[in-house]
Ligand binder design. Structure first.
Ligand SMILES: [Zn+2]
Length: 269
């Protein structure tokens, strides 16, 4: 049995995760939430969280506002800030969102942060994590993991999700899923009254900084590559929306960013 599990895990890690995520049988919503909770416990053993109330409450409020305006409100969302100099954010199945501190510090305004958070919520809405795992492990094996029948594979999967070693593969959903998550993000931010264009300006910035060889962007590039195609699609979707008053920035965002920059200055590599 262990050998089978290791073989599955190896396949999972080797897979580039780039193929099409099509319609497949999925685990139920309660099972997905249960799986996300198990993974989140493992993730939180691996990462250090920012616990400063100013930061936590701001990010939590922004995330909940976006989640309320998402196309998936049947699950609770849990939003946390990771103390990391890497520009990144990730979502686990079942509504567990992690935003790296450096992402907030790199964004110029609230709409840029909201765009990336909206994108991560979009992966939850599209159930991309659950679909990816179901496709790669098979429904039965995945259900076994959720039920705790395969604690070792559960722990290994969770460790991979936590970003240890090659694990980023697990959160690498492929082009189709990235575009879908972007489309959800445009709708969520717009419905929440925030300018969806922030996502595009943030992608532009990432591309420019990447070209300059800044290594702090390695993670976000490996899991959610900000391509020209994505930027153009976001512009296209935004242009289709009817005009209304949208928020680009907030005093709270600037306060939080200034606080982080003061308290956790990013070390240039
Ligand atoms: Zn993504």
């Amino acid at each position: 049995m262990t050998r089978t599990i290791n073989a599955i895990l190896l396949t999972l890690l080797m897979s580039a995760g780039c193929s099409t995520i099509s319609q497949i049988n999925l685990i139920s919503t309660p099972q997905e939430v249960e799986m996300g909770q198990q993974f989140s416990q493992e993730v939180e053993k691996e990462v250090k969280l920012v616990r400063d109330p100013l930061v936590v409450s701001y990010v939590e409020n922004l995330g909940q506002l976006l989640a309320q305006h998402s196309q998936r409100t049947d699950i609770p969302y849990t939003i946390k800030v990771v103390d990391s100099d890497e520009v990144n954010a990730f979502a686990l199945p079942g509504g567990y969102l992690y935003v790296n501190r450096a992402l907030i510090q790199t964004a110029d305004n609230e709409s840029e942060l909201a765009g990336v958070m909206g994108h991560e919520i979009g992966h939850v809405v599209g159930q991309h994590g659950a679909k990816q795992l179901t496709k790669q492990l098979g429904l039965e094996a995945l259900l076994g993991v959720v039920a705790g029948e395969n604690p070792s594979i559960g722990r290994q999967l969770a460790a991979q999700v936590a970003g240890v070693g090659a694990g980023l593969t697990l959160l690498k959903y492929g082009r189709e899923a990235e575009l879908e998550a972007d489309a959800y993000a445009v709708q969520e931010t717009y419905d929440a009254g925030i300018d969806p264009g922030g996502m595009a300006t943030f992608f532009e910035k990432l591309l420019a900084m990447h070209d300059e060889g800044d290594s702090g962007f390695a993670q976000i590039f490996s899991t959610h590559p900000p391509t020209r195609e994505r930027i153009e699609r976001v512009h296209g979707l935004t242009a289709e929306l009817s005009k209304k008053n949208l928020k680009k920035d907030s005093r709270d965002f600037q306060k939080v960013r200034a606080y982080l920059n003061e308290r956790y200055p990013i070390k240039k590599k």
